[in-house]
Ligand binder design. Structure first.
Ligand code: IPT
Length: 957
């Protein structure tokens, strides 16, 4: 391969310094070279013209890009982003890349600060360049490198001038390294992380390794700092003053994600003082269980890609901090850095705030799976040096972070000897941590059995250590490195997974896929996804599958996850008037939490107060008595809400932040919510029938007005705009209902009126609802009654023929004037909920505008259902309607139809009309996770079956 240009050969780098530990600062001066750089884009790499790197080159005719940044996000003239999941967007001919290889030449002139020391050396550090760079300083070539999300350094002291230095980078979008970087994300070339010039004082460390262990039996920490030059290590708080290489054992408090105890220290060597942040902890497998500091830990994790809707993977510190704080506020305790080492400052934040980290190598060769893994670089010895370089650059950079507990070789690379070589190198260099890799079911190279997207049933089998497969694997702890695909509405089924993690000690939790939607700001579409930037090959909105929307607003999925993984369980006690409180923390007792109770009658808080809960140790439970219930009006539904909130401010949330909650019913037998409405009689006249406050079309039996409100299109409805999880992924082995519903015509049901009759006080409408071309359908009877002021509707549904699919939903829909914008309800809230995403819905009285009920999924789809509704009021401030239901119902309210929602591809496609479309559902089909995982669990399927439900409409105002 020697005839290939440098960017196509497999060598990882030339001229770089050996990788070393990253630290935020020392007392040695540093000069950030971030900022505006002169930039020129060429469509091919072919240009052999390197004259731009000469010290006196005149770049005045060039454009400008911001560094850190991706040029494709900085103006149309610089091309655009492209999204593919698995497929390489170029012919697979490793290690060669296409001639169309966008090439960005970058130039930066700089002076040294006046106080830059004359003595000592200097290092140029590039924290991340996609996909490769060749580097010159003052006309002298320093070398080149590949490995986009890895740090690279060059010694430059001998080349620096006091003034007018010129740094030149040639960056190619495609290189041999691109074959190793086939992660499911946008392809975003550019200098996307910091560029820094670091002074290196004489005798300063080349590298150092902080070994900080913890022995939970005596409660001591062991400390030894290895350094390539002699120096001293001081930890004043522990009274330690050691030579580098010298060991000490002292009593310490260990570091954990729950109690991220760091000891401030300092390494001094030569002329440099480097601050140390030391966390003592152990991580190991014992009896098939993953433990830290002597205790089993449970990952309540997320997969985090680096993403910003305008800046791509160029993240500033504030955004990284926002991610960490949002994670902590949502009870998340672990991050897998899918699928590459993050910006190094992110790990400092994980150390400080407390998050367990699986730190993953910058490696994925997924596109070879399409080729039956022919030519897979991880199974081709020519690539092994490049793989070892990636392993070393991962471990060396990040080895001093206590938060990092597992090293992950990479993602989706199939199997091969190259991976084994990486694992061996890592174990040799850092025996203190565990090795992770998901793609090899033999687990030959790993310390944990890791899987993505297995079904609940399989997780259970693995939990029982009853899984088929190699005997040695059954002795390993089990983690789900990816599960619960958070694409669009969902993920469903989280609570059922969590029950398995809590039941089986081998199941040590998982990492939801994924943290944030990668929707890029788009001039027309709001947030764009694959295909919106003119790509010829793309994977659509599969890139929007996060718990956060692109602007970092939490989605209902994140709110659900927070509730499902809450570290304290508050549940009804076995005896009435008691609460069972369980401390599910791995380490902490409950002393950091304050508990409160409130007593609700029909959703209204009647009384509240502090609730005394003993400071239970991790893993303990207690029964706690509730106070005497306050007197509540007869016939009301009463519940207790018990909340656990932070007792004191923390780094990530203020005192009072809610961590966990539970509701305990206080009424034993709730009264029926809907009374029979009798008294008024239907009065047929010409083409209209009047019944109480309702006027009906005498021929069709459809209501036309309700009091003063016009009503349109009231009828049975089974259709919902399929969610991404309804649609499912093409490779899913199980039937995918979204496509099947459409194939069977559930989106265009026909309604035939079979009879309208009045008898006694009832107006009865019989109809049959069925799709064209099919012989199955639903027989529907609507029965209307009234007491003169309100209307009651009893609906009876009887399936006919053989229904081959579950129903998307079952209820009625109707149109009302759009002016009814104020929504108040008593039921589950405040956010959306579906049968298998309902953990976070709590009973209460809630209010919203119609716009506020919508969940802005990047690709519009069914959303916004509110669950367990006892009653609902819609008004324009003066007039409106109150709707009660028996049993409790679900509702959605939108200024567009389901058909319009279904047709929309982006949020701006949804334009509010002058009708408020209201769905009042008896039931909804579950959500599941089939966009990349198992579908809806049997208990959450909405099979066609006889059903009856009732609604009452009272005009208001
Ligand atoms: C899995 C990938 O590891 C991840 O990067 C992402 O693509 C995710 O799926 C889906 O969004 S791979 C999948 C084919 C199981």
């Amino acid at each position: 391969m020697s005839a290939l240009p440098w960017y196509e050969d497999v060598s990882p780098d030339r001229g770089t310094l050996p990788p070393r530990a990253w630290y935020a600062r020392s007392d040695a001066p540093a000069l950030s070279l971030n900022g505006d750089w002169a930039f020129r884009l060429s469509p091919t790499a072919g240009a052999e013209d390197e004259s731009f790197a000469a010290a006196d080159f005149d770049a005045s005719g060039w454009g400008t890009v911001a560094v850190p940044g991706h040029w494709v996000l900085q103006g149309k003239e610089f091309g655009g982003p492209a999204y593919t999941n698995v497929l390489y967007p170029f012919p697979v001919d490793p290690p060669r890349v296409p001639a169309e290889n966008p090439t960005g030449d970058h130039l930066r002139r700089f002076d040294l600060p006046a106080d830059w020391p004359a003595e000592g050396g200097a290092v140029l550090r590039l924290d991340g360049v996609e996909s490769c760079a060749r580097v010159w300083l003052n006309g002298t070539e320093l070398g080149d490198f590949k490995g986009s999300r890895l740090a690279h350094e060059f010694a430059v002291g001998h080349l620096l001038e006091a003034r007018d230095n010129v740094l030149a980078l040639r960056v190619h979008q495609w290189s041999s390294g691109s074959y190793l970087e086939d992660q499911d994300q946008w392809w975003l070339p550019g200098v996307f992380r910091d560029v820094t010039l670091l002074h290196r004082p004489e005798g300063a460390p080349g590298d150092f390794f902080v070994h900080a262990s913890y022995d939970h039996v005596p409660g001591t920490g062991g400390l030894r700092v290895d350094c390539d030059v002699p120096g001293r290590v001081r930890v004043p708080e522990l009274g330690l003053d050691l030579a580098t290489g010298e060991s000490a054992t002292v009593p310490v408090e260990p570091w954990s994600a729950e109690v991220p105890r760091l000891y401030e220290g300092e390494l001094t060597a030569g002329g440099e003082r480097i601050p140390l942040r030391i966390g003592f902890r152990s991580v190991y497998v014992e009896d098939g269980v993953l433990k830290a500091n002597g205790r089993r830990i449970l990952f309540r994790g997320v997969n985090r890609h680096e993403f910003h809707p305008e800046r791509g993977r160029a993240l500033d510190l504030a955004t990284m901090r926002e991610d960490v704080e949002l994670m902590k506020r949502h009870n998340i305790n672990a991050v897998r850095t899918s699928h590459y080492p993050p910006h190094p400052a992110f790990l400092d934040l994980c150390d400080t705030y407390g998050l367990w980290v699986i730190d993953e190598g910058d490696l994925e060769t997924h596109g070879f799976e399409e080729l039956a893994w022919r030519g897979n670089p991880v199974d081709d010895a020519r690539w092994t040096p490049a793989l070892l370089d990636r392993a070393a650059r991962l471990v060396e950079r990040d080895k001093n972070h206590p938060s990092v507990v597992l090293w992950s070789l990479g993602n989706e690379c199939g199997t091969g000897a190259g991976l084994t070589a990486m694992a061996e190198w890592i174990r040799d260099r850092d025996p203190s941590r565990l090795v992770h890799y998901e793609g090899d079911r033999s687990c030959a190279d790993t310390d944990v059995y890791s899987r993505m997207y297995p079904s609940h049933a399989e997780v259970e089998e693995i939990g029982r250590r009853a899984d088929e497969g190699p005997e040695a694997r059954r002795r390993l702890p089990f983690v789900l490195c990816e599960y619960a695909h958070a694409m669009g509405n969902g993920p469903g089924g989280l609570a059922a997974y969590q029950r398995l993690f809590e039941r089986y000690e081998r199941c040590q939790g998982g990492f939801v896929w994924e943290w944030i939607d990668h929707g890029l700001v788009h001039p027309v579409h709001g947030h764009g996804y694959g295909g919106d930037f003119g790509e010829e090959l793309h994977d659509g909105n599969f890139v929007c599958d996060g718990l956060l929307f692109p602007d970092r607003t939490p989605s209902p999925g994140l709110v659900e996850y927070k509730k499902v993984i809450e570290p304290v369980r508050i549940a009804p006690g076995e005896e009435p008037g008691t609460v069972a409180v369980t401390n599910g923390h791995d380490v902490s007792d409950l002393a950091h939490l304050a508990f409160t109770w409130s007593f609700l009658a029909d959703g209204e808080v009647l009384a509240e107060g502090p609730f005394e809960v003993p400071a239970l140790a991790a893993g303990q439970s207690a029964r706690v008595d509730l106070p005497e219930p306050p007197a509540s009006p007869a016939g009301t539904e009463a519940v207790w809400t018990v909340r656990a909130v932070l007792a004191h401010d923390t780094a990530w949330a203020p005192a009072g932040h809610e961590v966990a909650w539970g509701q305990i019913p206080a009424t034993t037998a709730p009264a029926p919510r809907l009374r029979a409405l009798t008294g008024a009689r239907p009065a047929p006249a010409a083409d209209r029938t009047t019944l109480g406050p309702g006027v009906f079309d005498a021929r069709t039996g459809e209501p036309l007005t309700l009091g003063a409100l016009p009503v349109t299109g009231l009828r049975l409805d089974v259709w919902r705009a399929p969610t991404d999880n309804d649609e499912g992924a093409p490779w899913q082995p199980d039937v995918r209902y979204g496509p099947l519903w459409r194939e069977l015509g559930l989106h265009r049901m026909r309604h035939r009126t079979d009879g309208v009759s009045t008898a006694g006080d009832t107006l009865t409408v019989r109809s049959r609802v069925a799709p064209a071309a099919r012989d199955f359908g639903l027989g529907v009877t609507y029965r209307w009654t009234s007491d003169g002021t309100a209307l009651r509707l009893d609906v009876e549904v009887v399936p006919e023929g053989g229904w081959p699919v579950p129903l998307p939903r079952l209820g009625v829909r109707l149109g009302l004037p759009a002016a009814l914008d104020r929504v108040v309800w008593y039921g589950g809230g405040p956010g959306e909920a579906y049968p298998d995403t309902r953990a976070a819905a709590r009973l209460g009285r809630w209010e919203s505008t119609v716009a506020g009920l919508q969940t802005p999924y990047v690709r519009p789809q069914e959303n916004g259902a509110r669950i367990d509704t006892r009653w609902l009021e819609l008004s324009d401030g003066s007039a409106g309607v109150r709707i009660g239901g028996e049993p409790a119902f679900w509702f959605t309210a939108r200024r567009w139809t389901t058909e319009q929602l279904d047709a929309a591809a982006h949020r701006p496609d949804l334009v509010p009309g002058d009708t408020l479309w209201l769905n009042l559902d008896h039931a909804q089909h579950g959500i599941g996770s089939q966009s990349c995982g198992p579908g809806v669990l049997p208990g959450h399927r909405l099979d066609a079956a006889p059903a009856a439900f009732s609604l009452a409409f009272t005009p208001l105002g």
